[in-house]
Design a protein. Structure first.
Length: 243
């Protein structure tokens, strides 16, 4: 599977936004959701903006993660809003803490996952270059993300091989050593090989600091990108800084 096939699958997305927009959206959404002001003063609004990353995941056909995230966020929001607050139950305290962690952290994590999984390396590199980032930053980030893409594929292949041999987690839950032997060790070996391959790939693509490179990417900011950036920036400024 090529890089762009891995990222876009079939190239038919309703929402097609630039990497810079995704990055700023993730940053502002994470900071807004992490703010305690929004959670306690505007719970309905918090739930509304927390749903945004899952709608974006739905657009790239990550249905499983979208449904799981929505269920977790909805359950956490229901616990924080409708569970009685004036009790000294230890279990209830644990539920409140878990709900707060999910509400404040999960939307930002999902937005970051969407940014990572829906952007090809060529688009990300070109976007960073247009942000006037130095090559000393762009090259390590590009190599790191290519490494993550390759490791994800290796991890899927290892899981499929384990299932073919009946080495599922449920069957081996009483023997964790087998999970480590058949999953962790092959993953470490693949990681070392992948690191070398990615480094060589970067060199063959001419990723050298200070050199000008052409790009096939058509990354550019469109009207939708400006709308999303100003919307999330406005939400962050109003609800977190001035409210």
């Amino acid at each position: 599977m090529s890089e762009r096939e891995f990222v876009n699958k079939n190239f038919k997305h309703i929402i097609n936004i630039d990497f810079r927009t995704k990055l700023l959206m993730t940053m502002f959404l994470s900071l807004t959701v992490l703010s305690g002001k929004v959670q306690y003063r505007y719970p309905i609004f918090l739930f509304a903006i927390s749903v945004v990353p899952y709608l974006l995941l739905l657009d790239i056909r990550e249905y499983g993660k979208c449904i799981k995230g929505l269920v977790l966020t909805s359950a956490a929001w229901a616990v924080s809003e409708f569970l009685p607050k004036n009790t000294d139950s230890f279990l209830q305290g644990i539920l409140y803490m878990a709900a707060a962690i999910v509400i404040r952290m999960l939307p930002g994590i999902m937005a970051g996952y969407y940014t990572f999984i829906s952007t090809s390396m060529s688009d990300m590199t070109e976007s960073l270059r247009r942000m006037h980032m130095p090559d000393a930053f762009i090259i390590p980030v590009s190599v790191m993300f290519r490494f993550f893409y390759s490791i994800r594929e290796d991890y899927k292949n290892i899981n499929e091989a384990m299932k073919m041999h009946g080495l599922t987690f449920i069957k081996n839950i009483t023997d964790p050593a087998r999970i480590l032997e058949y999953k962790l060790v092959p993953l470490l070996v693949c990681s070392m090989r992948t690191a070398d391959d990615v480094a060589v790939c970067a060199m063959t693509r001419g990723m050298v600091p200070g050199s000008k490179r052409s790009s096939i990417s058509n990354a550019r900011l469109k009207v939708l990108d400006y709308i999303i950036m100003f919307l999330f920036a406005g939400i962050f400024i109003y609800f977190v800084i001035f409210n």
